[in-house]
Structures are given as structure tokens and as C-alpha cells.
Design a protein around this ligand. Structure first.
Ligand code: AMP
Length: 516
């Protein structure tokens, strides 16, 4: 089925329900939301010759027209390519070219970014700013079909470009069926959704946060874009109090900032029902702190573009089950396989490994992508008999809880032994002076690689190498201790808040002086 059918159904069943909000201001109810999607879709066909199956780019900051444009694309059977607005114009142009896209929805800022790199764009590229009078006319046209064009489950819906922490991004082909499977898993494994709920887009719609729109459209819930268009912890806390029943997706760095802000205000995130976190490691020390300040509002998911938001989840109940003998172990895990997914661990030769052993995480099920766009080599490397090789390393316990170690390429091999940076990071983060840390392997003539800890200290903190070393000796095996500490003002991160270990490794190469 076409995911846009969910919008059509909500418009029929709950026409007056508030649908799109900027801050607390309602911009459209469900009848209006669907009518605009249909009208914009009709304009795409009539004025821009977009056909079913064509790829339409969306390169703009979060705003309510973003959702209208996404559904316009699906309404007419085309596929969307949401591109993070923080990418450089050149990177966005590369994506449009790679996807063979000939049309992009933009905003005034991103259209300037693209105009500066027109030579990198496909020759036939056309753009329309959602801030223009033309868009306004399109939005309010009467045209459009009453129902979305029928689509099969395996038809392409969303071409999701990976964040590309190494090399060029790859276009992950997500089908309508993938998005429906992912959305139903939300209800089964993440959280319930009711019409009164509000999904808050405090992170880019082009990525994880945007993927949660579907189930909230299905349930005719409210979709809220913060006035700032981005993430501001105080704004989120204020908005949640005004809106109530708020759910949001947040990367661990955002959770950290929310918790700090709530603590400063003497609040607990009132009005926020659920914070779904994932997309990067949530350290045990940080989630315990978050629960202590904000209470039981947290659900963890583990997924990747290739199986969006849907490999495992650690629901609220496991965050709250403090009396369980393995509570902390479970809290440090990414939970259990989501309802439609199978998860296994494999060894170097691809053989399945028993519970307790560490290896590559593989996932299989209807959330797994169709494959990469025009990239048979990457498909061959990543998909094996329907199993998605995640490139993440971890282990399952006897009850099916998955604990993530690291990306396989980040594992440090020192003196012939594997050291998982995450373990070193977890250990250092339990030191009160350490705010953030990333452990990397740096080439060394004696050891092959040594562990180097890149540390960001809390403001005014005075911990030094000796103090951190003494702390590590208390909590992890001697051989895992960093052989070097480097103190930085901030860790390099990409546009999604993921720490760029490749950049750190580059900075720490022997003979390259660390910059702080
Ligand atoms: P992306 O495709 O950009 O969403 O990145 C996916 C990658 O983020 C995964 O392969 C993991 O390495 C990491 N990741 C996602 N969720 C989690 C999580 N809950 N804990 C730790 N790492 C995660």
C-alpha cells in the first residue's frame, strides 16, 4: 500500500483534528493537510512533469510545508529524497545528481546554497521554494486526486542518504512496505500513540525524527515544528508544558542537553510523555542521570538507515524495572529485537554465534531496505541471504538483549587483543570531571594500535592523566586503559551529532599535533 493512504484516511475520519503546528499555533487540520498534499502533488505532475517513481528532493529546514511536500510526493506515487538542510550545497547537489532527481523543494536559505553550486546539479534540475508565492498558489490549488496513487509494498518511497561518517553517502532505498513495517513496530515495541499526542520534530525531518511522522499521521496526532525550526532545549521544555502528551526522537547528545536544561530549571520535562533516543551510544551514566532528573520518559531504539529505527528497542518498562537483578546490564543494552525483526550475531566467516559471544550484528525482516540505489557492490557487501550486515559489533544475552560494542571499523586491536572503545568511554564517563569522551585506536610500532582517549572535561574540572588513569584502573581491565589522553574543547561531530572518529584518528596520527 501507499503510506499516503494513512493521511487520506485520517483526513476522512478526523477532518477537524489539528494536524500541523508551528509551536503552539495550528497551521492545518487533517482535512487541510491532505487537501494541500493532493494539490501540491497535482502541481508537481502538471507544472514539473513529475511521474510515478521519480525522485523528488526536499532540501530545507524543518517547517510544516515539509510534511505537506513529503505527502504530495507520495500522493502521486513518486519517491522522496529528504536531504539534511545542514549539508553543504555541494553535498546536496551530489545527492540530487546521484539519485537522478530533477526537482527539489527548498527554502530560501537552501535555494541560495544550491544556486551557488548549479554546475554540480543535474542539468534539468528545477527548484521551488516553499517560501515563494508560487508554492503558496500550488498549496491552495483545488486540484488533486481524492486518493493517493496505489503503490505496492516494494515500491520506492524514501531514498534515505546515509550520514556518511566515512566516504560518500549511499542512497538507502526504503519502500512503502518498509515504512509501514517500521511504523507498526512503533506501536508494538516503542510506544502507544493516540490522537491527542504531539510528535515534536526537534531533529531534522530528513532523518530519524521524520520517520516517526507516519504512525502519528495514521493516528491523526499533532505534528509540531518548534518555532526555532531546530533543537533548543529550553524551547522544547516550554513547548511540552504548553502542548502536553509530547513524544520526540532525540539523539543522545540532545537528551544530554535536555537533561541539563531541565536540571537547571528545577523541572522534570513536564508535558513530555516519551523521548525515543538512539542513533548513537547512550552511555549508562548518562541514561541513569536522565532518569534521575526527568523520570521514566525514555525508550531506546537501535536501527540504521538500512533498517530504519527498527532493529531492537528497549521500552519504558525495562528502564523502570529497577529491581530486576540484571537491571543495569539491560539498561546498558539496546534492548530486544523489534516485533518484525530477527537479530543474530555472526563471526568472521559469517557463521552464527551463540549467546554471549561478540561479533557482527545482522538483522532480517520487513524493515530492511530494498538495497542501495545504483550500488551493486555495496549491496553485495551488505545484504547476504536477506540478512543485513549492520557493520556494528555486539553480543546477545540468553534473554535476547543486545549489547552494542562499536562500529566494526572502530574496534581497537592492541597487542593482538580487541578493545571496544565503548567500554573505555563508559568507564571514563563515570568520572565526575569527564563530560564527553571518545576512545580511538592510533597506530603504534609496539602495540599495533594504542588506545587514545579524547576527553572533554566539565567546565572548571581539573582531572589530569594520573587521575583518569587511576579511575580506569578501578573500573576496567588494565590492558584497556588509554595509553594517552588528549584534552579537547569539543569532539568533532557530523550534522546528526555523531562523533567523527575518523576525524579524531586523523588528528591523532603520529606527528600530527592535537588541536584543541
Ligand atoms: P544512521 O544510519 O545514520 O542512522 O546510523 C546508524 C548507526 O548509528 C548504527 O549502525 C549504529 O552504529 C548507531 N546507532 C543507532 N542506534 C544506536 C543505539 N541505540 N546505540 C548505539 N548506537 C546506535
Amino acid at each position: 500500500m501507499n503510506v499516503a493512504q494513512w493521511l487520506a484516511a485520517s483526513a476522512r475520519l478526523h477532518p477537524d483534528a489539528p494536524a500541523l503546528l508551528t509551536g503552539t499555533r495550528v497551521e492545518a487540520d487533517y482535512a487541510t493537510f491532505a487537501a494541500r498534499a493532493a494539490a501540491i502533488g497535482a502541481g508537481l505532475v502538471r507544472d514539473y512533469r513529475i511521474q510515478p517513481g521519480d525522485r523528488v528532493a526536499l532540501f530545507m529546514s524543518n517547517c510544516t510545508p515539509y510534511l505537506e511536500c513529503l505527502y504530495a510526493v507520495w500522493w502521486i506515487g513518486a519517491a522522496a529524497i529528504p536531504i539534511n538542510a545542514k549539508l553543504h550545497g555541494r553535498e546536496a547537489a551530489w545527492i540530487c545528481d546521484n539519485a537522478g532527481s530533477t526537482f527539489a523543494f527548498v527554502d530560501d536559505d537552501s535555494s541560495k546554497a544550491l544556486a551557488a553550486v548549479m554546475e554540480d546539479m543535474p542539468a534539468a534540475m528545477q527548484m521551488l521554494s516553499v517560501e515563494s508565492a508560487d508554492f503558496h498558489t500550488l498549496q491552495h490549488n483545488d486540484g488533486g486526486t481524492a486518493s493517493p496513487l496505489p503503490r505496492d509494498d516494494h515500491d520506492l518511497a524514501w531514498l534515505f542518504y546515509t550520514s556518511g561518517t566515512t566516504g560518500r553517502p549511499k542512497g538507502v532505498m526504503l519502500s512503502h512496505g518498509n515504512l509501514v513495517a517500521m511504523s507498526l513496530c512503533y506501536l508494538a515495541d516503542v510506544d502507544s500513540v493516540a490522537q491527542r499526542d504531539a510528535i515534536l520534530y526537534a531533529a531534522p525531518i530528513s532523518h530519524g525524527a521524520g520517520l516517526y511522522n507516519f504512525i502519528h499521521v495514521r493516528m491523526a496526532a499533532r505534528h509540531v515544528i518548534p518555532e526555532s525550526g531546530g533543537f533548543d532545549a529550553d524551547e522544547v521544555l516550554d513547548l511540552a508544558k504548553a502542548l502536553d502528551d509530547v513524544a520526540m526522537f532525540a539523539a543522545p547528545t540532545m537528551v544530554r542537553r535536555l537533561v541539563d536544561a531541565a536540571k537547571n530549571r528545577g523541572e522534570a520535562g513536564e508535558g513530555i510523555r516519551t523521548i525515543v533516543y538512539g542513533g548513537g551510544p547512550m552511555y549508562l551514566a548518562d541514561i541513569r542521570d536522565a532518569i534521575a532528573i526527568m523520570g521514566q520518559r525514555f525508550v531506546q531504539i537501535y536501527g540504521q538507515g538500512e533498517s530504519p529505527m527498527t532493529i531492537t528497542s528497549l521500552p519504558r518498562a525495562w528502564h523502570a524495572d529497577v529491581d530486576h537483578p540484571r537491571y543495569l546490564e539491560r539498561l546498558a543494552s539496546v534492548g530486544v529485537a523489534q516485533s518484525v525483526m530477527a537479530v543474530r550475531i555472526t563471526g568472521d566467516a559469517g557463521q552464527p554465534l551463540p549467546a554471549g559471544q561478540t561479533g557482527e550484528i545482522e538483522a532480517k525482516g520487513p524493515a530492511v531496505m530494498l538495497g542501495y540505489w545504483n550500488n551493486p557492490k555495496a549491496n553485495e557487501e551488505t545484504l547476504r541471504n536477506g540478512w543485513l550486515r549492520t557493520g556494528d559489533v555486539g553480543r546477545l544475552d540468553a534473554d535476547g538483549f543486545l549489547t552494542l560494542s562499536d562500529r566494526s571499523k572502530d574496534v581497537i586491536i592492541s597487542g593482538g587483543t580487541n578493545i571496544y572503545p565503548r567500554e573505555v568511554e563508559e568507564a571514563l564517563l563515570t568520572h565526575a570531571d569527564v563530560r564527553e569522551v571518545s576512545a580511538i585506536g592510533v597506530p603504534d610500532s609496539d602495540w599495533g594500535e594504542i588506545v587514545v582517549a579524547c576527553v572533554v572535561l566539565e567546565e572548571g574540572a581539573t582531572a589530569d592523566d594520573a587521575a583518569l588513569d587511576a579511575h580506569c584502573l578501578e573500573v576496567i581491565a588494565r590492558f584497556k586503559r588509554p595509553k594517552r589522553y588528549v584534552y579537547l574543547g569539543a569532539l568533532p561531530k557530523n550534522n546528526y551529532g555523531k562523533v567523527l572518529k575518523t576525524e579524531l584518528r586523523e588528528m591523532m596520527k603520529p606527528n600530527t599535533p592535537p588541536s584543541s
